[in-house]
Design a protein around this ligand. Structure first.
Ligand code: PNS
Length: 173
């Protein structure tokens, strides 16, 4: 059985990785499908997110990384997936996920959405919060893979010390 695990992954967290690990044990093949949608204004480019996911998920033999645009159910058909895998952390995720699952069922009745829960330790981790914490100088130890943390810090440092910013902050001699 082929499952797709779709998302924005901006960036990948240990919560995502935990779900990938769980999914890889249940399904024959798991395709991580990154949405190609520049309108979402992601911090990391699509290529960067693909790179990070490929590296972090390389330990799972039946997992591959791809990207898609358009309707998820259409993409699912092109890779012969019968399952959409989504993670639910807390009740607050449920309403959005239920709406999406039911809409996807309406659009593609042959595709089933399966929800899994990440380990409790990751139930409060989100890409949005992780980005905010790093931007504000806090620690995200244990919440994202090390390779993601390095890239995130480099990106945030680059934004803070961009030539434009530093030259405008420079004191007149
Ligand atoms: O990580 P995210 O941002 O919660 O993932 C959302 C995603 C990519 C799963 C969702 O936006 C999606 O499937 N987009 C593709 C367009 C689509 O099929 N829309 C109708 C879904 S109800």
């Amino acid at each position: 059985m082929i499952a797709i695990y779709p998302g924005t992954f901006d960036p990948l967290t240990n919560g995502h990785l935990d779900l990938i690990s769980r999914g890889s044990k249940i399904f024959d093949q798991l395709v991580i499908a990154i949405l190609r949608n520049p309108a979402k204004n992601p911090l990391f480019s699509l290529e960067e997110r693909i790179d990070m996911l490929r590296e972090a998920a390389s330990q799972f033999e039946n997992v591959r990384v791809d990207s898609f645009e358009g309707l998820l159910v259409d993409y699912a058909q092109t890779v012969h997936a019968s399952i959409i895998l989504r993670g639910i952390r807390a009740i607050s995720d449920y309403e959005y996920e239920l709406q999406m699952a039911l809409m996807n069922r309406k659009l593609g009745p042959q595709i089933e959405t399966v929800f899994m829960m990440p380990a409790e330790a990751f139930s409060y981790v989100s890409s949005r919060l992780v980005k905010e914490i790093v931007q504000l100088g806090g620690s995200v130890e244990g919440l994202i893979p090390e390779l993601v943390e390095k890239r995130l810090r480099t990106k945030v440092d680059g934004m803070t010390h961009s030539p434009r910013r530093s030259s405008s902050n420079r004191r007149p001699k």
